[in-house]
Write a protein that binds this ligand. Structure first.
Ligand SMILES: [Ca+2]
Length: 420
């Protein structure tokens, strides 16, 4: 019974810190008084110099005085001590040292137990007890409440990756765990696990097998982040494409993207046939590839739209394919659902028209020329997502069932449907 309890209290800690440790080198300058004389600044609590606890770190905080660090410890649940590195202004909030473990020697680090500091430093949080994973904070109504500040659960295990650093500090991310992929695997995304604001671990990367040859984004492992991936839709040749792994269930192969007008979409037939733009920003994947993919199996189409007020809407079609080049990439869509309204039905069974190849139904003029883009024009549009980029009034990116104004961003993407 007793052993059981003991194991239960130690095990989570061991799990939490099994990955690896982090290294901090000492850079205390000779003329840095605070750094050279930490006792003068610490003052009240009992300080153990050149010692640190490198396991059971709950949080690591930057740009903080020692006193602030102690206050953070007072308000964070389960904190019983701190490590403080003055030269880094780095503060570790520590859970208890597991039985049998010792403090380590670390030049420049100060270890201090919370029990040696006056409880008055806790302020209004002195009588507030928060749950594991939380800290006490002052609320907007003046009272005190609890918010998530660290992940109480162990970091999830990561397949095919090795930990490089625990409690590293990463730009724009805060504290996290850094990984690298094992041999035979290549990394996608940023190589970190971070604790999200909800107190849950969030993995920003995945490791995929170098030998994996995805036909489209549906073959990318589901836990992978949205990123540029190499696919092999056209037999042996590879193609880079952006995979949206979050929207509407993820696994979407993005065939068109507008975000800022950085790519010119007023182009001729061969450009639209082969594809153009930058895969990490704005692009058209290419009619030949779109035909190859969508004629191989049954695909659905998802169109994401955003206006200049940041409002979004979508249109989804349960089937989508385009014919080959000699049929002028005729459009076939069916089965609309969504929030944007159906502005593509009007273009169904239309051929593709560019400024140099007129397949539209406007006898005397070219809709691509008139609308400054290329699309499955009829006479001429209910929608035109490849039109000229501009602001809400000067642009020509339209989805008229949703708004008469030009759009700020669009994304057309496809996914294999489960029903064949
Ligand atoms: Ca015409």
């Amino acid at each position: 019974m007793k052993i059981d309890n003991l194991l239960r209290s130690i095990l989570p800690s061991l799990l939490f810190f099994q990955q690896c440790s982090s290294m901090l080198e000492d850079v205390c300058a000779k003329d840095d008084y605070e750094c050279q004389h930490p006792d003068d600044v610490g003052g009240i609590g009992h300080l153990l110099h050149n010692k640190s606890q490198n396991i059971n770190i709950l949080r690591r905080l930057q740009r903080m005085s020692m006193l602030q660090c102690v206050k953070e410890c007072f308000t964070t649940s389960q904190c019983i001590a701190i490590n403080y590195r003055k030269n880094w202004k780095l503060c570790d909030i520590l859970d208890k040292l597991p039985v049998g473990e010792k403090l380590q020697n670390e030049s420049g680090s100060i270890y201090s137990k919370l029990s040696s500091w006056p409880k008055s430093l806790a302020g209004g949080c002195a009588d507030k007890t928060c749950k594991s994973g939380q800290k006490c904070t002052k609320q907007s109504n003046g009272g005190f409440g609890c918010t998530h500040v660290y992940c109480e659960s162990p970091a999830p295990t990561t397949s095919n990756a090795t930990c490089i650093e625990t409690f590293g500090l990463y730009r724009n991310l805060g504290t996290g765990i850094q990984f690298k992929c094992n041999n035979r695997f290549t990394i996608k995304g940023r190589p970190f696990q971070i604790c999200s604001e909800h107190g849950k671990w969030k993995q920003l990367f995945c490791c995929i097998e170098k030998s994996l040859r995805p036909h489209d984004c549906g073959d990318i492992p589901e836990h992978c982040p949205s990123a540029v991936y190499t696919i092999y839709s056209t037999g042996s040749s590879s193609l880079d494409v952006y995979c949206d792994m979050e929207t509407a269930g993820g696994s979407w192969t993005v065939i068109q993207r507008r975000i800022d007008g950085s790519t010119d979409f007023y182009r001729g037939w061969s450009d639209y046939e082969q594809g153009f733009g930058r895969i990490d920003s704005e692009y058209w994947l290419g009619n030949t590839v779109i035909h190859t993919i969508t004629s191989s199996e049954k695909y659905e189409l998802y169109i994401h739209l955003e206006d200049f007020d940041g409002k979004t809407a979508y249109a989804k079609y349960s089937t989508f394919n385009i014919e080959e080049s000699k049929s002028n990439f005729m459009l076939h869509i069916h089965g609309y659902t969504g929030t944007a309204g159906d502005s593509l039905d009007y273009h169904n069974k239309m051929m593709f028209t560019t400024k140099d190849k007129d397949n539209d139904q406007w006898r005397n003029e070219n809709c691509a020329d008139y609308r400054k883009g290329a699309w499955w024009y009829k006479y001429c549009i209910k929608s035109n997502l490849n039109g000229k980029y501009g602001n809400r009034n000067s642009g020509q990116i339209f989805w008229t069932k949703w708004t008469k104004e030009s759009l700020k961003s669009t994304r057309m993407m496809i996914k294999k449907t489960s029903e064949q």
